[in-house]
Design a protein. Structure first.
Lengths: 323, 328
């Protein structure tokens, strides 16, 4: 009898009860491996260890370093709040004018909010289409796979691919001018807020859609018919019935999108033509100049801001549910 | 106007090349309890869903009262449906579930709550008004679903296999209650079921369907006493099908009495004897015709039989009813 055969599944009774009396001696003389597989802690241990070393560890390190001192050529262990002071330098004194930090956060928050709203609506509608409008599972799977096509190539290439399309001499501008609809190239198509948002939406709608699909799949389709039977239109059903039932999916998708956009420097950099400020970009620049402690302080502030947003979002959804 | 007659005229439903139902002609008078009865896949649920407006008929008309409702959305028909899975909104309390249709119609909050509580009282569920559906038993969920369907004062209540998910004891109780509710409200109930017991016990009108068509429409007694086709006789059960002189007849199993071999119309060997409590089910192997006889307990005590015995089977001429139609 091997230990694998005797490892009980989650719903089967412990193996002792299954083993016939005659085999009991053999079973109790069996050695340790059984107890390891029996323990749920053992099962989560590998992931827990990875998370501790590669996530919690660096996080704590960042927090510690954010209190260190630095000069132009050195970084010294210390306990000083000067980095945090520098992050918010002049922010209170100069109100109502915005200091650099506040302006940067505001700009990042603006992108975050717009991208969140667009991906939420797109993700919800697409998820609805795949889950409720498509009747056959095979078609659902095919459509789902089509949604993953953008992920077959790297993040950067996906962004760069927009340039020949949106640029001054890009496909869209050429076409519009060729048709005589505009006399000169439209400038805001590339290296603008528009192109940044476009790239974000392109990249992250999937992250919003997948958890929502997952939530929607659990909804009994008769519920929609029941709502329709009661006289509800599609929008009412979406807002009063489906959205509340997709709450976990919406919250998870929102957390994905918000955390990614808040911390982004790459997309805003490439699609914004390195002209648009973002919190991530500030941190990146400071790192380039080896100002690691203030970069760490900025990162901690950003982390706090993101956590507050996530907390607020879960509250918000909760409130919606109570209405 | 509470009640309205429902009429289906040559209604059919096709999915691509597959025909789900066809040639459905049916008149259901206001205030009747009608059961759509048949085996699974016979088209009874499709028919119900077309009446409800959750499926669009591919052909024919559905007339409710003096309105042709064939193409109207569900909520504008004056029907309400109770779903097989109950389909309660899991995130809403019982009272909000019931009030949902009124909320959609922009009825003020106090008014819709009052209406909802009234319907909950009808199904004796007021004390659970603030619970969530997940906190209720299956039977209680069903009562809520019933209250929810009734909140818009429908002229016709459509019930899709309402009792199939309940355990046998509860099923009998709910059955009685459905009938009482239908009498009290005096509206039409259309009830889809595959259980002949349910249909016979509840209906004023049984519509027996098979393979997308109606086999027979009648009162429970008509359907039971004079099955129109061999299919009906077989589906209702407790019937024998006899072939005499090229015609087929139905013969109720309880009209067969067992006699001495020489006294019966036919001689048969007892194949099995099943004790059922009030009666005993005896299967007979009569060579060409196999029969099943429902014998009262007293008769079996007076004249015991055992498998392998040779007995006679006797019945009266008038008990053998010719089928009015041959198999479709």
């Amino acid at each position: 009898m091997t230990s694998i055969e005797r490892a009980p599944g989650p719903l089967t009774p412990p193996s002792e009860e299954v083993v016939a009396p005659g085999h009991e001696a053999a079973a109790t003389h069996g050695i340790a491996p059984r107890s390891i597989l029996n323990s749920p802690y053992a099962l989560i241990a590998p992931l827990a260890i990875v998370m501790l070393i590669f996530f919690v560890g660096p996080l704590i390190l960042t927090l510690i370093v954010s209190f260190w001192n630095y000069t132009q050529y050195s970084i010294e262990p210390a306990f000083t709040t000067v980095n945090y002071y520098d992050v918010f330098y002049g922010c209170v004194a100069r109100l109502p004018d915005l200091c650099v930090t506040f302006a940067t956060y505001l700009s990042t928050l603006k992108f975050c909010l717009i991208v969140w709203a667009i991906t939420l609506i797109l993700g919800f509608v697409l998820a609805w289409f795949i889950v409720f409008e498509i009747k056959t599972v095979s078609t659902q799977i095919v459509l789902f796979l089509i949604c993953t096509i953008p992920f077959w190539t790297s993040n950067v290439i996906r962004m760069i691919a927009w340039i020949p399309l949106l640029g001054r001499n890009g496909l869209i501008n050429d076409t519009l001018m060729g048709l005589g609809l505009t006399s000169e190239p439209i400038e805001w198509l590339l290296y603008s807020d528009f192109s940044v948002i476009l790239a974000f939406v392109h990249l992250y709608t999937m992250f919003m859609m997948v958890p929502i699909v997952n939530s929607m799949l659990r909804i009994d389709k008769e519920i929609i018919e029941a709502a329709r039977d009661a006289g509800a239109g599609t929008l009412t059903i979406a807002l009063l019935v489906i959205a509340p039932l997709c709450r976990p999916g919406i919250v998870i998708g929102s957390i994905f999108v918000v955390t990614i956009v808040m911390g982004d420097f790459l997309t805003i950099g490439v699609m914004g033509g390195q002209q648009i400020a973002s919190v991530g970009k500030v941190i990146q620049t400071q790192l380039n100049f080896l100002q690691i402690p203030i970069a760490a302080a900025n990162a901690v502030v950003l982390l706090g801001a993101v956590l507050v947003i996530i907390w607020g979002m879960t509250r918000l959804v909760d409130v919606r549910r109570e209405l | 106007m509470r009640g309205a007659n429902l009429e289906l005229v040559d209604v059919s439903k096709r999915y691509g090349d597959t025909v789900a139902v066809t040639g459905i002609d049916l008149k259901i008078p206001a205030g009747s309890y009608c059961c759509l009865l048949g085996p699974s896949g016979c088209g009874k649920t499709t028919t119900l869903r077309m009446i409800a407006g959750h499926e669009t008929a591919s052909g024919g008309d559905i007339i409710l009262g003096d309105r042709n409702v064939t193409l109207l959305p569900p909520a504008q028909r004056g029907t309400a449906m109770m779903f097989q899975s109950y389909a309660l909104f899991p995130h809403m309390s019982v009272v909000d579930n019931v009030a949902f249709a009124l909320r959609v119609r922009n009825v003020p909050k106090a008014k819709r709550r009052e209406e909802a509580m009234e319907r909950l009282a009808l199904v004796e569920m007021t004390q659970y008004a603030n619970r969530k559906p997940a906190e209720l038993s299956g039977g209680q969920q069903q009562r809520v679903a019933l209250a929810r369907a009734l909140v818009t004062d429908p002229q016709i209540l459509l019930l899709d296999e309402p009792l199939s998910a309940l355990d046998p004891t509860l099923r009998l109780r709910m059955r009685t209650e459905l009938k009482r509710l239908q009498k009290d409200l005096n509206i039409t109930f259309i009830h889809v079921t595959h259980s002949q017991d349910e249909a016979l016990a509840l209906s004023d009108m049984v519509v027996l369907m098979n393979a997308g068509r109606i086999e027979q429409i009648g009162t429970p007694r008509e359907v039971f006493d004079e099955p129109a086709t061999p299919f009906v006789a077989r589906f209702i059960g407790a019937h024998n099908i006899l072939a005499v002189g090229g015609r087929e007849y139905s013969l109720r199993s309880d009209r067969i009495s067992l006699t001495a071999p020489e006294d019966g119309r036919i001689k048969a060997t007892v194949a099995s004897v099943e004790y059922q409590g009030h009666f005993v089910l005896v299967r007979l192997d009569g060579g060409e015709t196999d029969l099943s006889a429902i014998v009262p307990e007293a008769a079996i005590v007076a004249r015991p039989v055992a498998p392998g015995d040779v007995v006679g089977a006797q019945w009266r001429d008038e008990d053998a009813t010719p089928f009015s139609r041959t198999a479709a």
